[in-house]
Structures are given as C-alpha cells and as structure tokens.
Ligand binder design. Structure first.
Ligand SMILES: C[S@@+](CC[C@H](N)C(=O)[O-])C[C@H]1O[C@@H](n2cnc3c(N)ncnc32)[C@H](O)[C@@H]1O
Length: 316
C-alpha cells in the first residue's frame, strides 16, 4: 500500500477532493472549507512551489521551525527519546513541522490535518520517502478538511489517534501558519477542540501570525510583513536569491497574490490582553493567550516573537 492510499477517504472528509456529481451531492461539501480553500492560493494552485522558498513570504520561517522542534524536544525530554507518543499537525502543508518530529522520534505517530488535498498529496509522498510505505501505514493518518469544520471534529480526531493505537488522544498538537486564517470565534472553538483532544499534560504549539492590541504596532507589523514580501519578490536577500531564480517569471504574479492575500485573507488576532482597550472588541480584545486559558490550558506562554510571527505555547 502506498502513502497516497492513506489520504483521507472522501466519505469522512469535506468532499473537497470529489466535485459534486449532482445537486444532491452538493450538501456533502462544507461551504466554509471551500471558501477557505479559495483564499489559500499558495496551497492550491501554487502547492508545487511551496517548498521552493517559504522564507520569501515568511521572515525567520527556518528559525520558527527550529524553535518548534526545540519545544517538542524540551517537552518530550522527561519521557525519554524511545517513549511512544502521538501528535496532531494542523495545517501540515508539505511537512515542515511533522517531518522533523517523525524523523527525530522513531516511536512517534501522527495525524496530519489539511484543508488542501494538494498539500496532503505532496506530504504523503515526502513521508513515504522517509518512512517507507510500511512506516507510513503504521505511523501516519491524514484528514483532508478544515480544522474548524465537521471533517476534523474532536470525534474524528480522537478516532484517528485511536486508530494509531492511542484511544486517549494526543500528547502534542502542533500547528504552523494555519490558524490565522480562521475568524476569532472559530479560533475560540478550535482551541476548545484542541484542549478536548489533548491528554492531560499535553502540549499545544501554535506557530502563527498574530497582530497586536496596540494601535501603533498593529499596522506597523502588517506593513513590515508586506514590505518584506515585496522586497523578497523583487530584490531578494542573498538567502532567497536561488528561490527567486527558480521561480523565474512566476515571481511577478506570486508577489501580487501574496500581497493581496496578506492584506485581505489573513485574520490575525493579538496574543496579549487588552493594553489598548477600544481598538478591538469581544474575544479578539481578550487576546489569544486568554482564549487558550479559557479553553482549559493550565499554562500559556510566548517563547518566540518577531513582528507578526510568533509561537504560542500552551500546556493542558
Ligand atoms: C502557510 S501553510 C503552512 C504549512 C506548514 N505548516 C508550514 O509551516 O510550512 C498553511 C497550511 O495550512 C492549511 N490550512 C489553512 N487553514 C486551515 C484550516 N482551517 N484547516 C486545515 N488546514 C488549514 C493550508 O492548506 C496550508 O497547507
């Protein structure tokens, strides 16, 4: 059996991989997930180019991923390197966070959730190259769906962990650059969902884009990110020059689509609580650290921050 055979069965997923055959079938498709996919141009039409140069759109992408790896290592240290564990990767993309964990820990097993089947296909090929078909069958499961939708609800996620031999849920949930696409109320619901599927003492690492409560810093940080993208797609830094050359003429449409996406499609909420009451209201004003505490996490911290990029660390 190949890793591609393990990709989510359309019966339990959003139906995104199978276009509707008739008006009746249309009810099986999650409209929210379809709308989300329409915003994720880089994971649909440009999926094959995602690995060429992620640092062209996200400064410190490599350092952020190194930090995720170090945080996993720190969390697993007490259990010892050979202790088995199950982790969930939300917005797994082409494997930037899950592949190092699978490689570092031979006793780890993972469930990868992604709303874009294009990314799952690329991921399945990569994990198969590292683990082989038998390793993938034993250690990996895939859910093609929106983490805020039915296709990845807590029953589905717990069933997948059970299928990997751990009925009590996950030891670690990790996510990188995915949750900022959700609206504030969806983030609140997803944080509750994550708390429900984590075992007591389990760790959630959310490496993502976050805005600020400050009226001054919020627009400045967004502008910093947009200027960064603009520069890397026109006059790249040395580190991105090879990626820029590899993309060739695609840099022109991609630059514009990244800038449009950044401005229109990202929905970052602040980490911190209300330091500047009035700019935001409701859950957004509370900040994501407070949302995590309310969702049931005992300890919440921010071990990494660079403008809009950050990592939220939350222990259940
Ligand atoms: C910017 S990529 C990041 C991929 C990988 N985590 C990394 O750091 O390179 C975001 C990924 O999250 C997925 N994604 C975005 N929103 C999602 C959601 N609500 N549910 C599931 N996957 C989502 C996208 O399809 C894409 O593969």
């Amino acid at each position: 059996m190949s890793a591609l055979d393990l990709l989510d069965d359309p019966g339990t997923a959003t139906g995104l991989t199978a276009p509707p055959q008739s008006a009746d079938d249309a009810g099986d498709i999650d409209p929210e997930a379809l709308a989300l996919r329409a915003r994720l141009f880089y994971a649909v039409k440009y999926a094959d180019y995602y690995d060429v140069g992620p640092e062209m759109h996200t400064p410190l992408y490599g350092l952020m991923h190194d930090t995720i790896r170090a945080l996993v290592c720190q969390h697993r240290a007490a259990a010892g390197p050979g202790a088995p564990f199950v982790f969930l990767d939300i917005g797994s993309g082409t494997g930037a966070e899950c592949l190092p964990i699978l490689s570092d820990y031979g006793a780890s097993r993972m469930v990868a959730v992604d709303v874009c089947s294009e990314m799952h296909t690329l991921l399945a090929k990569k994990v198969e190259a590292v683990l082989g078909p038998a390793g993938v069958a034993k250690r990996c499961r895939f859910v093609n769906g929106d983490i805020a939708g039915k296709a990845a609800n807590s029953d589905v996620l717990l069933a997948k962990a059970a299928d990997l031999g751990q009925p009590g849920g996950y030891d670690i949930v990790v996510s990188a650059l995915a949750i900022h696409h959700l609206r504030t109320a969806e983030k609140v619901a997803v944080y509750r969902r994550i708390a429900r599927v984590l075992r007591p003492g389990g760790l959630f690492i959310n490496a993502d884009l976050f805005t600020f409560q400050s009226r001054t810093l919020a627009p400045a940080a967004e502008q910093f990110a947009m200027d960064y993208i603009d520069t890397q797609f026109t006059q790249p830094d040395e580190k991105n020059r090879l990626a820029w050359q590899t993309l060739g003429p695609l840099v022109i449409p991609m630059r514009q689509e990244w800038l449009d996406h950044y401005k229109k499609d990202n929905l970052p909420d602040p980490i911190e609580g209300p330091g500047d009451a009035g700019r935001l209201s409701g859950d957004a004003a509370r900040g994501q650290a407070a949302m995590l505490t309310a969702a049931g996490f005992a300890e919440v911290a921010c071990p990494f921050r660079y403008w809009e990029l950050g990592i939220l660390w939350a222990q259940r």
